[in-house]
Every structure is written in structure tokens, then in C-alpha cells.
Design a binder for this molecule. Structure first.
Ligand code: CU
Length: 113
């Protein structure tokens, strides 16, 4: 009985994909702080938490890449998120509103090893 159970469980274990990597970005005037500086490749959930007093948003693009991932405007005290499957590389992330990027709302994220 025990042997049958073990055999039955193996396919389930190999078929289950890893959970998405999670990254949280804290935003305020005028900076962004990442919960971690790197995440593995594959599915990811990126969350933007606005701790500031102004609206903020987030753009995320791989250096050398063309696609820009976005989290729309997040009001003070609120949270926005996106799910994406990110390729390996270095990503720049920034707030696109007004002059927030030049005021310091920019950071780099490493994806993969
Ligand atoms: Cu901003």
C-alpha cells in the first residue's frame, strides 16, 4: 500500500511548476526600494506599494529589451501588481510620472543568476 502511494505521488510532484517569484517595490517621494535585488527567471509577481503622498506608477524593461512591463498609477496607500515571465538579464525599473525618475525613482533588478 505504501509503495503504491509513493509511485502515485511522483508524477504529481514533477508536474507541479515552481511558484512565481515575488518582488515587492516600496515607493515614496522620491525613491523605490526593492524587497530583493534579484529574482530567478520564469514567472514573477511584481508588486508596487505606494507609501508616499503622491501617485506613482512603475515601468520595467530589460536592458537591451524592447518590451516594457507596466503597473498603472497607484494612489497613496494602495498597491498595484503585475504578473510576467521575465527573461534573464538586468532590468531597469522606474516611475514614469512627471520628473519622478530623475528625482530618484529608479532602480535595477537582476533576473536569473
Ligand atoms: Cu512616482
Amino acid at each position: 500500500m505504501g509503495a503504491i502511494l509513493a509511485v502515485a505521488l511522483v508524477p504529481v510532484a514533477t508536474a507541479s511548476s515552481p511558484p512565481p517569484a515575488r518582488l515587492q517595490i516600496s515607493a515614496d517621494e522620491f525613491g523605490v526600494a526593492l524587497s530583493r535585488s534579484s529574482i530567478p527567471t520564469g514567472p514573477a509577481i511584481v508588486e508596487l506599494v505606494n507609501y508616499g503622498e503622491d501617485d506613482h506608477d512603475l515601468a520595467l524593461r530589460r536592458i537591451g529589451g524592447k518590451r516594457t512591463y507596466r503597473i498603472g498609477i497607484v494612489h497613496p496607500g494602495q498597491t498595484g501588481s503585475l504578473e510576467a515571465r521575465l527573461r534573464a538579464g538586468r532590468f531597469t525599473l522606474w516611475c514614469t510620472l512627471a520628473d519622478h525618475r530623475s528625482r530618484g525613482m529608479q532602480a535595477t533588478l537582476r533576473v536569473g543568476s
